[in-house]
Design a binder for this molecule. Structure first.
Ligand code: B1M
Length: 258
């Protein structure tokens, strides 16, 4: 089979990235990207299954297919070439593939690595990225309680108490709602709970510097590194220092050839 190259928009950086592979895998990804881009949610589950049948891993199908399709429309939205109804349709189409991938992404089990309460902060309705973070955490053996979108500090606090959570994970996608992460951390302090729960912060506009400044214990730029950061926070040798998921992923990366 011939090898082909596909240029996709990286869902994390928004930049362009090239992937190469056998023509049947590239064709399956191209189809999935097109379906998500057009918001064709009915056809996405079957196309997701077909992509897996070509030998692509669940993670590749997620990152290079479903998320890449959403990223196409996300970039158009940024340039005001796409509008909210299209973005909503695309997000729905992307999410239609998740039930197919979720069992594969969450296959490991055993004693939970830790209990996580995960939500999108008050005022913010974006749930796609947070859902992926939750799925990846479950896949790594965390018990995840997803409290949804537009989550007020008191709702986070009530859930943390109810499930005796080890970690609160907050997602924010708007520069206007990022500050709710700070407000939620303050609410934890006011409730006398700041020292009993670890705080993780994330979402596209949230930087490591912001997360550290508002008093989070950890931050990650994407779902994979969020899992890494959560594992470090749960480790017995965590020394209380701020954990950056990006730094962890750089530490793992092979040294560049010189
Ligand atoms: Co909105 N939106 N949106 N939107 N939207 C953005 C975020 C925006 C960047 C688009 C743009 O203008 N370029 C912009 C924000 C600008 C800013 O403030 N910086 C924006 C805006 C302005 C708005 C509205 C205000 C538009 C309006 O009404 N005028 C409005 C706000 C509504 C509200 O929340 N109150 C709005 C509405 C919507 C829709 C409802 C239409 C829809 C959401 C549908 C849904 O979620 N169910 C939507 C969408 C889809 C987007 C874009 C296109 C895509 C977001 C997304 O799903 N990305 C987005 C533009 C873009 O990002 N290109 C945009 C894919 C997802 C996989 O990535 O969520 O970043 P992400 O998650 C990543 C990482 O961030 C990280 O891991 C995830 C997976 O790798 N991560 C964490 C996330 N949470 C984490 C937590 C962690 C760790 C890592 O630890 C706990």
């Amino acid at each position: 089979m011939t090898t082909e190259i596909l240029s996709i928009i990286d869902p994390v950086t928004g930049g362009t990235r090239e992937i190469s592979g056998p023509s049947n895998q590239i064709a399956a990804l191209r189809e999935l990207i097109g379906l998500v881009e057009r918001g064709d949610h009915n056809k996405v589950p079957t196309a997701t299954e077909k992509a897996l049948e070509t030998g692509l891993s669940a993670l590749e199908v997620l990152m290079n297919g479903l998320q890449a399709g959403l990223a196409v429309v996300g970039e158009r939205f940024k340039r005001q070439k796409a509008f909210i109804p299209e973005v909503l349709m695309t997000a729905r189409a992307m999410k239609a593939g998740m039930p197919v991938l979720k069992p594969l992404l969450t296959a490991t089990q055993g004693k939970p690595q830790g209990v996580v309460v995960l939500g999108t902060v008050k005022g913010d309705l974006h749930d796609v990225g947070r859902g992926i973070v939750g799925t990846m955490m479950e896949g790594a053996g965390f018990q995840v309680h997803d409290v949804g979108v537009n989550v007020a500090p008191e709702v986070f606090i009530a859930k943390i108490k109810e499930v005796n959570a080890d970690i609160i994970g907050m997602s924010a996608l708007l520069s206007t709602t990022m500050m709710m992460q700070k407000a939620t951390i303050q609410a934890l302090r006011d409730a006398g709970m700041r020292d009993t729960v670890k705080v993780m912060s994330g979402g596209a506009p949230v930087t490591a510097a912001f997360a550290e400044e508002v008093g989070a214990d950890g931050w990650a730029p994407d779902a994979l590194t969020a899992v890494e950061a959560a594992k470090v926070l749960m480790g017995t040798d965590w020394n209380g220092k701020f954990v950056s998921g990006a730094a962890l992923s750089r530490a793992r990366a092979p040294a560049a050839a010189c």
